[in-house]
Design a protein around this ligand. Structure first.
Ligand SMILES: Cc1ncc(COP(=O)(O)O)c(C=O)c1O
Length: 1014
């Protein structure tokens, strides 16, 4: 008779009666699923909720008491488990009608099966299980020593017994494959593996996850808040605990090994695993899945109508099939890596052997007789410009020759562990998803030299493979040698991009002496289409891939792959002059920054980016990941625009000096800049930053009016000098600020979305301008120097001004003798469309215009432009001198930026692409309640997130979550506004439709995430 024949038949009415009579709890019962017991949820009259467990009649009191003890020990160590409610008699386990009954606390939370999977959640599950393992160390009741049919340590016995109930031959062969691995990997180690009492069933229906709240989306679904059901407690392998849990996380990840690695890393950090335990872990995961499979098959056969029994069957078989297709060696290496061990256990032995035995020179003569040079092809290398990335082999060869001083015989060496952009072409993509990781980390060393150069085996060995990997950008002809250390540890060396004749020179099985010729460097296109070089890689385990073993790895897997492919410098005996520089951890850069730079320089994102290159609309981190840049209005015409770069380089190579000498370039720039502005704005002062421009603008209006007071707009920002902090409520009214000084008069921000007056109608503009008039009057006649105002308010939340505001405000200010400074630092130079300047969209002609950020496409170039009268008033005898402002290099760059704006028609582009984004954002607002407003002009846009469209409650935490998630999906956006709830979008003007669509699609994807659900 099976266990299932002893399942209680208790109904909900019985459950309610037991609850009342035995435990004194008056409640309504509803059934919960269980394999072999009867469980009920009880909703008590007092609002509390409980779980009544009526055990299978084969369950003994002693076993239930062990479960209770294990749970109590775990709870004491901080593991979130269910408390037991005592019966009216005081006992916690009571017999009712031949069944033992307990009443347990009902814990809040979402079943892990229903929670969105994430690395953070998996690590936390590992951590909780690690805590539990520590809590149960030393606890060894005899009842836990039992032959339990779910115990993975006995999976071979149980699965063999039940194997024949699996009727599907394909599934049966999966089971057989697992048994074979279990016999080879686990069985021999069983006697020596660490054992203890384990929970044994952290499946995703026994784990509760804290759903958190919408107002803290980053903390949602990342913390385990309940571990249920100690019914499978058994004395087993310690490593079985994470292995059982792992069997359930694999099905919900497209990188199952990575998912297990997350969980194991969490467990290991809390309760360290031994190497022998890590060795068997992956096989135990397979064993658990095959137990699920055979039990489900057996139970379905017994009770074909019970849906619960078949619940786990489908996913278990699918997961088993997927996991069996993964090389178990590679899984082991990644799990070792996750636990901080060397991925390959014999890497040290091979490295030691290579370091202590001499290498035969690969190219013939010893290295010290050859012209060898280190070559940097990393993301930040200046060897190639953005436009060279897709260039063909000839151009690439020319760049390398240029790098080595033109020497045609020079040998350029490098690349081990280097992240390169060369592999960002579609051949290297892993998926169509633009956010998907690309393989960038190079696993071998390249030697770039003449085609036809003979290659000599650096070590004695045997030819393992000779193949032609003829696909474009692959190895072309490739040779793999097998070697052994003096102690017999095997390792391989691979040589790719060889010549055609290398294919017939040797054949597999040939013995090769150290120094013997093994092939020749090939030339394009037969070598895979590369500039002539040999790719040389050491491989400790070919993972059955042979010549298809990757030469470049995904950054997320690079650590494990680099562990399998140690530095070829050891194999080849390369001199230190061409040694690979180790990659610094991002955390080290961050620590140095904290040490060396002022602390109040903020760093974007919880997971900071080490941006190393800019290419057009994208920023690229040091691992070669491309991020769509939606924020950088400084890189106005695109990052590293070749025309701008060339102009700067050319001028820097010729002359960089100040404006005390006559120079045509700065005049040409002044002429072109003023031509874009309305009359009478015709006199320029050149400076280096927006702050400098605004500071100077204040001096100009004070000189021209003889007055001192200034009106500014609430939430505005104009720069970091003291005078500008004073006129920037964003700063002086914020953290660390000391408020506005008496000479500053702050007008209400004209916010058409959440302000006192709403909408864009001229009446709204006039109403807000009345407040400007109030401020101007507060200064009093003869005291007002001017009004400084952004043409669209950036830090205030990407605010588009209501119609007529600037003109009416200017009238009021001028009526009091003041002048108007239009701060165009954010929005100028065509960003808002063909109007070219923000103030022009309002029909205003200001007295002073300040420009900055976009003027130099990243080069510090800014300016103040004013009228001849104001400029003349400023010329009061005191010299205006600016060391860098208006220098020839800046002027050349400014001219180049204007060239590109004109030639690429970027103002019209900004209008077209901006409209597309705005329309898409409005569409998103139809579906996503959170999107309260979408606004902007050209490519200066804001998307305001609110929790409630009636109250406009700002959704700041949600906005913070959105930008963090978008960063992880490869799109950089930031937040702004007084409540930090406005997504600000102000990208380089070179965005085209695909960039706009990707921004919208990514935003849509994030807004759908469960963390933002109500
Ligand atoms: C509107 C506005 N004005 C002036 C500045 C100051 O410019 P900078 O940082 O170049 O000194 C900024 C900077 O963000 C700005 O947004």
């Amino acid at each position: 008779m099976s266990l299932l024949d002893h399942t209680p038949t208790t109904g909900t009415a019985d459950a309610e009666r037991i609850a009342l009579d035995v435990f004194g709890v008056r409640a309504t019962a509803s059934g919960l699923p269980s394999e072999r017991d009867r469980n009920f949820r009880l909703d008590a009259e007092d609002g509390s909720t409980w779980v009544l467990k009526v055990s299978n009649s084969l369950e003994t009191r002693a076993v239930l008491e062990v479960q209770a003890e294990a749970a109590a020990l775990s709870a004491a160590a901080g593991v979130p488990v269910q408390r037991l409610h005592p019966a009216l008699t005081g006992a916690t386990v009571v017999e009712v009608g031949g069944h033992l009954v307990r009443l347990l606390e009902h814990l809040p939370g979402v079943l892990a099966a229903d929670a969105p999977p994430s690395p953070a959640l998996r690590r936390d599950l590992g951590r909780v299980l690690g805590c539990l393992a520590s809590a149960l160390t030393g606890y060894d009741p005899p009842e836990a020593h039992r032959d339990f049919h779910w115990d993975v340590a006995r999976a071979d016995v149980v699965v063999r017994e039940l194997r024949d109930v699996v009727t599907d031959p394909a599934r049966r062969s999966l089971v057989d494959a697992v048994l074979e691995r279990f016999d080879a990997v686990v069985a021999p180690r069983l006697p020596s593996l660490r054992r203890a009492v384990i929970h044994g069933d952290a499946n995703d229906h026994n784990v509760l996850v804290d759903p958190g709240s919408r107002s803290a989306p980053a903390e949602r679904f990342v913390r385990v808040c309940g571990l249920l059901d100690f019914g499978d407690v058994v004395h087993s392998l310690v490593v079985a605990e994470p292995a059982v849990a792992a069997a359930y996380v694999v099905a919900r990840s497209d990188d199952p090994v990575g998912a297990v690695a997350d969980l194991v890393a969490g467990f290991h950090a809390e309760h360290p695993l031994g190497e022998d335990e890590i060795d068997v872990l992956w096989t135990l995961v397979l064993a658990r899945l095959s137990l699920s499979g055979v039990h489900a098959a057996a139970q379905s056969a017994q009770r074909p109508d019970d849906p619960y029994l078949t619940v786990s069957e489908g996913p278990a078989w699918r997961a088993l099939e997927a996991l069996l297709a993964i090389d178990p060696g590679f899984a082991l290496y990644r799990l070792r890596d996750a636990c901080g061990l060397e991925p390959h256990p014999r890497a040290g032995a091979v490295r030691h052997h290579l370091a202590s035995t001499p290498a035969a020179p690969l190219l013939g003569p010893p290295w010290d007789e050859l012209p060898i040079f280190p070559l940097d092809l990393s993301v930040g290398s200046d060897l190639f410009a953005a436009q060279d990335l897709g260039a063909g082999p000839e151009r690439f060869d020319a760049l390398i020759r240029r790098d080595v001083g033109g020497d045609p015989d020079a040998i350029a060496v490098g690349g081990y562990g280097e992240a390169r952009l060369l592999y960002s072409t579609p051949e290297y993509a892993t998926a169509q998803d633009p956010a998907a990781e690309r393989r960038t980390v190079h696993l071998g060393t390249d030697l770039w030299t003449r085609a036809g150069t003979p290659l000599h085996a650096p070590r004695a060995g045997r030819v393992h493979r000779v193949e032609d990997n003829a696909a474009p950008l692959d190895y072309g002809p490739v040779v793999v040698l097998e070697h052994r250390t003096d102690d017999g540890v095997p390792y391989f060396s691979l040589y790719g991009h060889l010549s055609l004749e290398s294919l017939t020179h040797l054949k597999p099985g040939d013995e090769v002496a150290a120094g013997e010729v093994i092939g020749w460097i090939g030339s394009p296109p037969r070598n895979g289409g590369w500039a002539p070089h040999v790719h040389c890689q050491v491989i400790l385990d070919l993972l059955g891939l042979d010549v298809d073993f990757p030469g470049v790895a995904l950054p997320s897997r690079a650590s494990a792959f680099l562990g399998l492919s140690p530095d070829p410098a050891l194999l080849l005996g390369l001199p230190p002059s061409v040694a690979a520089a180790p990659r610094r951890a991002v955390a080290e850069t961050l620590a140095d920054r904290h040490r060396l730079l002022g602390r109040n320089l903020s760093v974007s994102y919880d997971d900071p980016l080490r941006i190393t290159r800019g290419v057009g609309a994208y920023l690229v981190d040091d691992l070669g990941r491309y991020y769509l840049d939606s924020v950088n209005n400084v890189a106005h015409v695109g990052h590293a625009h070749p025309h701008v770069v060339a102009a700067g380089q050319r001028q820097l190579a010729v002359l960089a000096t100040n404006t005390r000498y006559l120079h045509e370039e700065v005049l040409r720039y002044a002429e072109r800049l003023t031509a874009t502005l309305p009359d009478p704005l015709s006199v320029c002062f050149f400076v280096n930053s927006g702050s400098e421009a605004n500071d100077l603008a204040l001096r100009l209006v004070r000189a021209a009016t003889g007055a001192w007071d200034v009106v500014c707009v609430d939430h505005g920002y104009h720069g970091h000098t003291q005078a500008l902090i004073d006129v920037s409520p964003y700063k002086h009214a914020g953290p660390g600020g000391r408020g506005a000084p008496p000479w500053v008069h702050v007008a209400t921000m004209p916010d058409p979305y959440r302000g006192e007056h709403r909408g864009y109608d001229p009446s709204v503009g006039r109403a807000y301008a009345d407040d400007v008039a109030r401020c101007a009057a507060a200064a009093g006649d003869g005291r007002l120097a001017g009004w400084i105002v952004e043409s669209m308010i950036g830090c205030g939340g990407q605010v588009v001004l209501p119609d007529g505001y600037l003109v009416a405000g200017a009238e009021a200010v001028r009526a009091r003798g003041g002048l108007v400074i239009a701060d165009e630092v954010q929005v100028g130079f065509g960003r808002v469309g063909p109007a070219f300047w923000g103030f022009a969209t309002q029909g205003l002609v200001p007295d002073v215009v300040t420009v900055g950020k976009p003027a130099g496409d990243g080069h510090p170039l800014a300016a103040v432009v004013t009228t001849p009268e104001i400029a003349a008033a400023f010329a009061n005898g005191m010299e205006y001198f600016n060391t860098f402002g208006g220098n020839a290099v800046s002027a050349a760059i400014g001219n180049a930026v204007l060239d590109v704006i004109e030639q690429e028609d970027l103002a019209a582009n900004a209008e077209r692409i901006g409209r597309r984004i705005l329309a898409g954002a409005i569409e998103l607002s139809v579906e996503h309640e959170l999107v309260g407003d979408a606004r902007g002009l050209g490519l200066y846009l804001g998307i305001e997130l609110v929790r409630d469209r009636a109250t406009l409650e700002p959704a700041a935490e949600e906005a913070a979550y959105v930008i963090e998630r978008m960063r992880h999906l490869g799109v950089l956006v930031s937040t702004d506004g007084p409540f930090h709830n406005v997504l600000k979008i102000k990208p380089p003007l070179v965005w085209t439709e695909p960039e706009a669509d990707r921004l919208l699609a990514t935003l849509d994807r994030v807004l759908r995430e469960p963390a933002l659900a109500r």
